[in-house]
Write a protein that binds this ligand. Structure first.
Ligand code: SAH
Ligand code: SF4
Ligand code: F3S
Length: 463
């Protein structure tokens, strides 16, 4: 296959320069992001682009320009974003300069510009997921014309835009995209329709970005992709995800994480890397979705329950104290009580440290949405409650087992509950809070674990 092209950014840089010189440009912005880490990182890129035009970040109520970065993975994510857009539309009345932009997956879902406009009539501009780098041009047109401008590309093999600036939430932690899109078409999932075909970034571009981050004091890199295990397949020089991890390890990054891994593509080479690479955190998020082979097949996941459990056993044999987390869906069409019991028994067997549990939400245009046997809401609600209770017992036991141990914590922030405490994450990705002050943010601290809460640990600095 040929290498993926990258977009020429000169034109956009020129629009950014023009806007920065306009006296009637918005002076302040706020980005509201829903959805996954990929979208969160898109939000950081939006902030980076706007800051390059001399527009400064503000809280939602004070911003001249608000961009709602949407998600459509489940109905409730859509509802929240729509609610916020409706609420913000009133700001046009109070502030004639106010601009409202909508971008992200809900915009891309309506590939046709007219349809996207009908969904968000209140927006001054709309941008699909393949065109985010064109924000300067779209914003320029919105300021000049005062009418709604739309940039949605139906090209799902869209080239990758390199060199888009990003303003990261933290200096010590950063998301780095390694690939875009997804080719898996799990039957319930909208992501392949709104993020396009799988496209990997060149290893050189990834390594350069990481080197730049290390120079500014970054301690933890999270590599992002919808299915990182299939990284490298569309590059002119194929390279596996495990090989990329080796190259990143050679840069001496203190901590490397990645998400998300598809179980079907979890290779022996990656399992080996998990055990041997110093920089890799002993944590893997490995969504299983269901414990029933019948449901897994209908979901088009392309592995069986036993395949999954086998891979877990091999991972744990190679990296003994690896922490495994997962995603689970209940109420997939035709799911029987027996299928659901199979999910419960898998959760018992797999012993996950944590699980994100979801009620199946039909997404228009996906295969599962057209299936017979949709499950009534009250059945799904009952099932998810039982599932959460089973998982909670495992989380409690795994957290409880850490009491008395000393964990290395990378400190993220002052605790939300108490100004005299800080919190951060262990290598396994578990949150720990302990007495300490803001100057510890961005540092590694050894913490003795003294107690365990619902999802988090508490401790004190180990001297
Ligand atoms: N690429 C990642 C994450 C995709 S979305 C992966 O493959 O794991 C994150 C999670 O949302 C999925 O793992 C799945 O559990 C859930 N999800 C996706 N579509 C859904 C739907 N239609 N209804 C309910 N949950 C869904
Ligand atoms: Fe969706 Fe499946 Fe792709 Fe994940 S792997 S984004 S669940 S289609
Ligand atoms: Fe949502 Fe789009 Fe991510 S649908 S989960 S924001 S890829």
């Amino acid at each position: 296959m040929t290498s993926v092209d990258s977009v020429d950014m000169n034109k956009q840089n020129e629009f950014a320069r023009l806007i920065s010189m306009m006296s009637d440009r918005p002076k302040t912005f706020c980005v509201i992001t829903y959805g996954c880490q990929m979208n969160a990182h898109d939000g950081e890129k939006i902030a980076g682009i706007l800051s390059s035009m001399d527009i400064t970040e503000a809280v939602r109520e004070d911003a001249d320009l608000v961009i709602v970065n949407t998600c459509c993975v489940r109905e409730n994510a859509e509802r929240k974003a729509l609610g916020n857009v409706k609420y913000l539309a009133h700001r046009h009345k109070d502030n004639p300069r106010f601009l409202l932009g909508v971008c992200g997956c809900m915009v891309q879902e309506n590939k046709d510009a007219g349809e996207a406009k009908r969904m968000f009539p209140e927006a001054d501009f709309l941008i699909g997921t393949h065109n985010l780098h064109a924000l300067p041009e779209v914003l320029y047109n919105a300021i000049i014309t005062g009418g709604a401008t739309v940039s949605v590309s139906a090209d799902d093999r869209a080239p990758i835009a390199e060199g888009v600036p990003a303003i990261r939430e933290n200096r010590h932690k950063a998301f780095v995209n390694i690939m875009y899109g997804c080719d898996n078409f799990c039957s319930y999932c909208i992501v392949p329709y709104v993020r396009g075909r799988e496209r990997s970034r060149e290893p050189g571009a990834i390594l350069r970005e990481i080197e730049g981050l290390l120079e500014t004091g970054c301690k933890e890199i999270t590599l992002l992709g919808q299915n990182v295990n299939s990284y490298g397949k569309n590059l002119s020089q194929e390279i596996s995800f495990a090989k990329l991890l080796h190259k990143i390890d050679a840069l001496s990054v203190p901590r490397v994480r990645f998400m998300t891994s598809h179980p079907k593509d979890l290779s022996d080479e990656l399992i080996e890397a998990m055990s041997s690479l110093q920089s890799l955190c002993k944590h893997i998020h490995l969504p299983v979705q269901s414990g029933s082979d019948r449901v897994l097949s209908l979901m088009n996941r392309r592995y069986t329950r036993e395949d999954y459990l086998n891979k877990l056993r091999r991972l744990r044999a190679a990296a003994s104290n690896i922490c495994v987390t997962t995603d689970l869906i209940v109420g997939f069409p035709t799911e029987t009580e027996q299928d659901f019991e199979d999910t419960l028994s898998l959760v018992e067997e797999a012993d996950f440290a944590a699980a994100y549990t979801f009620i199946y939400s039909p997404r228009k245009g996906t295969k599962a949405a057209a299936m017979d046997g949709q499950i009534p809401a009250e059945v799904s609600s009952r099932r998810i409650e039982r599932l959460i209770a089973v998982q909670e017992a495992h989380t409690r036991a795994i957290l409880g087992a850490q009491i008395g141990s000393v964990q290395t914590v990378l400190v993220d922030e002052v605790s939300r509950r108490s100004a005299s405490h800080v919190s951060g994450k262990t290598e396994a990705g578990i949150s720990v809070s302990f007495a300490g002050s803001a100057e510890l943010i961005g540092r590694f601290v050894n913490v003795q674990i003294t107690s365990a809460g619902h999802n988090t640990l508490r401790g004190s600095i180990a001297f």
